[in-house]
Design a protein around this ligand. Structure first.
Ligand code: SOE
Length: 374
């Protein structure tokens, strides 16, 4: 069978993650495209890829490319994903799918009408113990849910000298911390709990009013003493949700919490048991009971739900993490192209759901009122 031909568009940190996952899933990386031909050349050399595309149009007209991986800044997602689908290519588009709900809706509608595979990397769904939590909740092990809570905290924007294209609403969208990482938490908690948020009350704060002007590189810290830029996107956010079942949920999100590098944490409390997951300690799942028992489920292929075992590609005790999640997500996307139906694959429909939540969170933060999610 011939290899699936793919192109990577965007050469920042996440483009490199896509490239590695694509190679491991057996694809042939036909070429790479970037903001300039020179940058594409640089990446092609660093990644050992034969071809650097002149521009995005050359990607679209390459008949060997069946899948386009859109790894560019957020404001480019809509136009690129749309053009790729219209050119008959399957698409993996980085999250957020688009910077507005209307654009995400247009993409989801287009993807559906073409029948092409179109996915969004909500990759934390691919932690094996997250699948375990989902299976246990679905089987009723927690009983009716009483409360959901958690946070997603990072510190890479704590230093006022640090900056990134995500900080600029023209490139990143109207929301920064919520759309960038709060979106992951909401996707994960809705998917694991099986409940959907129906209303929200949210608040945003920009706690660092000015930052050094951003460089073109992902996650780079500019040299101190340069020009300053006024910040309008939020550094921290708090949100209260109520699900359609009436379950209350609270979420705290930050990119300025010292020592918290990528701490996505959630706890779901039910009438019979509670379950908690910490992305930075992702080999285990905690469960607690009222009769003074606690249980730790360790990731591994030898026990637990079918999906937990399927995604445990290494033996227990041989730590898996973010990279394996990404690899499993990309492999499942390619499986879907081969007409399989892998469980829990996040599609443009999930990207649209996320865009709706982000839109409502922004509306609530602006109006200071409980807002329906619909
Ligand atoms: C930066 O905040 C970032 O790379 C996000 O954009 C990712 O989606 C998240 O997985 C890790 O942090």
């Amino acid at each position: 069978m011939s290899k699936l031909g793919i192109a990577i568009v965007g050469t920042g940190m996440i483009g490199a993650v896509h490239r590695r996952a694509a190679l491991l899933a057996g694809a042939e990386v036909r070429g790479v495209s970037a903001s300039s031909a020179a940058r594409a050349q640089e990446a092609a050399q660093a990644w050992n890829i034969a071809h650097a595309y002149r521009d995005f149009d050359e990607v679209l007209s390459d008949p060997q490319v069946q899948v386009v991986h859109v790894c560019t800044p957020n404001h480019l997602h809509r136009a690129m994903a749309q053009a790729a689908l219209e050119a008959g290519k399957h698409v993996i588009c980085e999250k957020p799918l688009a910077t507005t709900q209307a654009d995400a809706q247009a993409l989801a509608t287009l993807a559906k009408s073409t029948g092409l595979v179109a996915t969004v990397p909500f990759v934390y769904r691919y932690h094996p113990v997250v699948r375990e939590a989902r299976a246990r909740i679905a089987q009723g092990e927690l009983g009716p849910l009483r409360l959901m809570h958690g946070s997603y905290l990072q510190d890479w924007l704590l230093d006022p000298a640090s900056n990134n294209w995500r900080v600029d609403p023209k490139l990143g969208g109207a929301s920064r911390v919520f759309a960038d990482i709060g979106s992951h938490w909401c996707d994960l908690v809705e998917w694991v709990s099986g409940e959907r948020f129906a209303e929200v009350s949210a608040a945003f704060e920009t706690v660092i009013a000015q930052r050094a002007v951003a460089t073109g590189k992902s996650f780079a810290t500019p040299a101190a003493g340069g020009d300053l830029q006024t910040v309008s996107s939020e550094d921290v956010a708090a949100a209260m949700f109520k699900t359609g079942n009436g379950t209350l949920a609270t979420l705290t999100v930050s990119q300025v919490s010292a020592g918290r590098r990528n701490r996505l944490w959630f706890e779901i409390d039910g009438a019979k048991a509670s379950v908690a997951f910490d992305q930075e300690d992702s080999e285990r799942l905690w469960m607690g009971y009222q009769d003074q028992r606690e249980m730790t489920f360790y990731r591994g292929p030898g026990a637990g739900s079918a999906e937990q075992r399927r995604l445990s590609t290494l033996p227990a005790g041989h730590a898996q993490g973010y990279a394996q999640c990404f690899e499993a997500f990309v492999a499942d996307t390619y499986q879907a192209i081969a007409a399989e139906r892998p469980e829990g694959l996040p599609t443009f429909e999930d990207g649209l759901r996320s865009a709706l939540i982000v839109d409502r969170v922004i509306a609530s933060a602006r109006s200071r009122a409980w807002t329906s999610i619909g």
